[in-house]
Design a binder for this molecule. Structure first.
Ligand code: BGC
Ligand code: CA
Length: 356
């Protein structure tokens, strides 16, 4: 046990911290000399489990927990609850996890403006709280020192998405400018209103283009709530009214970009006549669409990195350690930021043949 603990420590923690963590995880030795392990109980409240990106985080977490249990001889009980898009439901679920005295709570909050009440409840129960993917405002996070956020910087994904479009725009062969007027005509598929990623991706993708001197014209834009079928419905309407004048579809996430592709396919429009379509996330179906030449590009939103960092942070907090003294990189003592990464066919091919 200690040896496996040590292995984990070499990877993640300083030696002193490691011994403390080992001590916290081992609860007594029976007379037979056998060691009993304590079970860490982590409650994970997600806003909507059918969301493709959230489901990816949940699956990564489950896989990492299993690997960690096998490697380090510890027991981790992960209780995942689905708010199904309702803050009332999620708040009840969190109340229950608190009543059951879970060791750490990980919350993908439904309504970002409800963070304060959840923080206050966790604080009263003294249960450390990690928000992820849906970012509460800084003022709320400062209500208690045992509150953290694990996620990625929304504006960064917008900038990278804008750069993908900029590079494609500057490549004249074949030109993106279907009507040859020197202006990029686009439609925007927006995520949930009020979500930091929807607002900032929309803003920064366009700003990156205009900042580089590209003239743009927004032909249409609407929310499709991160959802593939809602996006397909919006896109069908736009194709019917705007037709071939759409030169780019800028989507706040991959599911909605795939919905746009669905719309073109159901109208029997061949790939070569589709506009340049870009998303964010790099989900498995999106990567497949990039390989097939249907989706021009996406931006990797690091689900696995979020899951990994959240689990390490939860383990540290449960054992009463100060994450600021660990190997985790914390900004302002509260935030763990995962970088975004550009993905087009070029990056995928470079990954497959790194030498070339
Ligand atoms: C992802 C979306 C997802 C949303 C959920 C965003 O970061 O890009 O795909 O629906 O988070 O909160
Ligand atoms: Ca044009």
């Amino acid at each position: 046990m200690i040896r496996t603990m040590k292995n984990c420590c070499i990877r993640y923690f300083s030696k002193g911290l490691c011994l403390l963590l080992a001590a916290a995880l081992l609860v007594g030795c029976g007379q037979s000399g056998q060691t009993e392990t304590k079970t860490l109980r982590v409650g994970v409240a997600v806003y909507l489990q059918t969301d493709t990106f959230i489901d990816a985080i949940v699956q990564d977490l489950e896989r990492l927990v299993q690997a960690r249990e096998a490697a380090d001889g510890i027991k981790i009980n992960l209780n995942i609850v689905d708010g199904r898009g309702s803050q009332i439901t999620q708040t009840e679920q969190i109340d229950r996890l608190i009543a059951l005295d879970y060791d750490v709570l990980c919350v993908n909050i439904v309504d970002r403006t409800s963070a304060a009440q959840i923080i206050d409840k966790a604080k009263e129960a003294e249960i450390p709280l990690i928000f992820f993917n849906r970012e509460p405002v800084a003022e709320d996070l400062s209500r208690w020192e045992q509150v953290y956020y694990v996620g990625a910087k929304a504006e960064e994904s917008g900038v990278i998405q804008g750069q993908i479009l900029l590079d494609r725009w500057l490549n004249a062969n074949p030109s993106m400018d279907k009507n040859g007027d020197g202006i990029l005509q686009y439609v925007m598929l927006e995520g949930e209103p009020g979500h930091q990623d929807a607002m900032l991706r929309t803003e920064y993708a366009v700003q990156t283009l205009t900042g580089a001197g590209v003239s743009v014209e927004r032909l249409a834009g609407d929310t499709a709530n991160w959802d593939r079928s809602q996006a397909a419905a919006r896109m069908s309407d736009w194709v019917n009214t705007l037709g071939d004048s759409i030169e780019a579809v800028i989507s706040n996430n991959d599911d909605m970009a795939l919905g746009a592709i669905d719309a073109y396919q159901s109208l029997d429009i061949p790939p070569e006549d589709m506009p340049v379509i870009v998303g964010v996330d790099a989900t498995d179906p999106a990567l497949k669409a990039v390989e097939e030449g249907l989706l021009y590009g996406t931006v990797l939103n690091d689900a696995q990195g979020i899951a990994e960092n959240m689990l390490e942070l939860a383990l540290l907090l449960e054992s009463g350690q100060d994450p600021a003294q660990s190997d985790l990189t914390l900004a302002d003592g509260k935030y763990i930021w995962l970088p975004y990464r550009r993905v087009t066919l070029r990056e995928l091919q470079a990954e497959q043949s790194p030498a070339g």
